[in-house]
Design a binder for this molecule. Sequence first.
Ligand SMILES: [Zn+2]
Ligand SMILES: [Zn+2]
Length: 188
Amino acid sequence: MKPIKTVKGWKKSKRSLFKVIPLKYRKALPKGKIPKNIKPELRRVFEYNPSQLYKLINEKRIRNPYIRRQSINMTSIFPKKKTYCNCGCGKKLTGKQRRWASKECIKFVGLIYGIVAGDSQVLRYLIGSYYGYYCVDCKCNQFKCTLELDHIFPVKWGGGIGWLSNYSFLCTSCHREKTNKDFGFSKK
Ligand SMILES: [Zn+2]
Ligand SMILES: [Zn+2]
């Protein structure tokens, strides 16, 4: 992994998001590894291909990939449309429905929003549901150690707006070790 120079003032820089965070950290998770017997909205999130979403984010230049949390509104990532559900499921809106066709659609967009916004609660829930709650390095679980959410491609390099593929759980000591390695700090 090679560090890319940090750009201060992302909006001014007009750099493409695609040149900042490598594609593999903006890609859907491997389909074959999706756990069985999970909630339908989770399955939908794990199977979701975010490429269109990233195109939209990139075109609008609404985000700063050098920060952890993004302040965004739902309309900028799920633009308002009449007739059909705004989540992209293809269902028709009926009766009083203005945006979403079902409760499942609302749960789905909530999770997608959480990923893009960098909501750590949503991300922990999704990463835990996909991989399980344990450190990817030393395999200690949530009961034996504190699990921290790691940006595989660091925020400092522009990894702040990655997909689920840019996150994993690391315990406190493995996390410290990885951070030191990423930034070239030597061990004490
Ligand atoms: Zn829908
Ligand atoms: Zn560990």
